[in-house]
Design a protein around this ligand. Structure first.
Ligand code: HEM
Length: 404
């Protein structure tokens, strides 16, 4: 067992893959005292856990990694009324809510959204393309997914900057080891954003519009209506799930394409674009770990874990398992379709935004390929990754190019 394994060290954050490979080979299901969790790292074992909600609860998926300090708990206790609705909810409650949300993520809404994404992406690129250089993570990968999910929900565009600020602190608090000061700040912003979402839902009840929020209120099947608090809880979660993941994934994808010399090939053959997107989601996932709780003593890959064991499903390790992929460490968009990666989970909680994320990444890549004859990363400061166990993508990605 690798008792030293700690996914919050600098070395791990900057490149987790050598650590994950060693863990998968030597102790594929093992207790990790540093975070008080069991690490599960083989593809077959991670998939098994995802596919067995009767044995493994999703209830800890959004929990804070460490208990919050008293001051943060105090701030949250009266004014933060969020309830479990999606990724941290088990059946039967989850089944009812997921059915409604899945209807709201309809193909029709995706079709309507696609030209909006294309227009917004063009506007963003117009701002800096001529300069020949930019921090792509901050200036492109960050704003587009945020604008997209907020538009889908129906938040007024003039509120976008404020909402982005509110969403920023949640990551390190729920999935990292934040200072008390950071916990208090995050608790304050979470309360502020929660109040905003509650007020927004109340307004939509009075003034329906053509957006996902209204779809949740006025869906076809109203036999099981959602309460306003459930809708607010869904929107709160979506505001976060819908952009941080895709922002990081787009930055990871651009990085892999450039570092592995695929820019010119993609310019020559656009059929490779969706393959490069999918391969980046496998090879360099923006969600490298996800959590479950063992409901009873049970065996995973031949190792017994106790009832109440907190599991860290190492998606990053599973996606590079040599039992599941040939040459798994290589970024190879030309490999046989890599879609059985576990980056979107599996089973009843399978990511509802997977299709949207693929659309956004495809739009960004195609528009960049249209405009940029070449693309290279600016050498210099090492890439920085936010200190948390689940979400991975470079905070900055300075790059330069020549216009086509
Ligand atoms: C590349 C980008 C993304 C990645 C890697 C990703 C990853 C994930 C993962 C790992 C889960 C948990 C699956 C499980 O527990 O079995 C999940 C769930 C979810 N994701 Fe995503 N996601 C991405 C983009 C999005 C987007 C753009 C949206 C919304 C617009 C979204 C909405 C959701 C929702 C609502 C759930 C909860 C589903 C449920 O519990 O039934 N995701 N995602």
């Amino acid at each position: 067992m690798h008792s030293q394994f700690d996914p919050l060290t600098e070395a791990f954050l900057s490149n987790p893959y050598p650590f994950l490979a060693e863990q998968r080979e030597e102790a594929p299901v093992a207790y990790c005292p540093a975070i008080d969790m069991w690490i599960v790292s083989r593809h077959a074992d991670v998939e098994y856990v995802f596919l067995n909600p009767d044995l493994f609860s999703a209830s800890i998926a959004q929990a804070t990694l460490l208990p919050l300090c008293d001051a943060a708990v105090d701030i949250l206790k009266d004014d933060f009324g969020i309830e479990p609705v999606m990724s941290n909810f088990d059946p039967p409650g989850h089944t009812r809510i997921r059915r409604r949300l899945a209807q709201a993520f309809s193909m029709k809404r995706m079709r309507v959204l696609t030209p909006v994404i294309e227009d917004r992406c063009a506007e963003i690129l117009d701002r800096f393309a001529d300069a020949g250089t930019a921090d792509l993570a901050q200036e492109l990968c960050y704003p587009l997914p945020a604008i997209t999910i907020f538009a889908m929900i129906g938040f007024p565009p003039e509120d976008n900057d404020q909402i982005k600020e509110w969403c920023a602190d949640k990551l390190v608090v729920n999935w990292g080891r934040p200072t008390e000061e950071a916990q208090v700040r995050a608790a304050e912003t979470m309360v502020a954003f929660w109040k905003y979402v509650v007020a927004f839902v109340a307004r939509r009840r009075q003034e329906p519009a053509d957006d996902l929020t209204t779809d949740l209120m006025l869906g076809k099947d109203m036999s099981e209506p959602l309460t306003d608090n459930e809708i607010a809880s869904i929107l709160f979660g979506l505001s976060f799930a819908g952009h941080e993941t895709t922002t990081n994934q787009t930055a990871n994808c651009l990085r892999q394409i450039v570092e592995n010399g695929y820019w010119e090939k993609l310019r020559q053959d656009r059929d490779l674009v969706p393959k490069a997107v999918e391969e980046s989601i496998r090879h360099d996932s923006s969600v490298i770990a996800w959590r479950r709780l063992a409901k009873q003593e049970t065996a995973i890959g031949g190792v017994t874990v106790p009832a109440g064991a907190k599991l860290m499903l190492s998606v990053g390790a599973a996606n590079r398992d040599p039992d599941a992929y040939d040459n798994p460490e290589a970024f190879d968009p030309e490999r046989a379709w890599p879609k059985d990666h576990l980056s979107f989970g599996r089973g009843i909680h399978l990511c509802l935004g997977a299709h949207l994320a693929r659309i956004e990444m495809g739009v960004i890549l195609n528009q960049m390929l249209d405009r940029f004859a070449d693309l290279e990363l600016v050498e210099g400061t090492p890439l920085e990754f936010p200190p948390n166990i689940s979400f991975r993508g470079p905070v900055h990605l300075p790059a330069r190019w020549t216009l086509a």
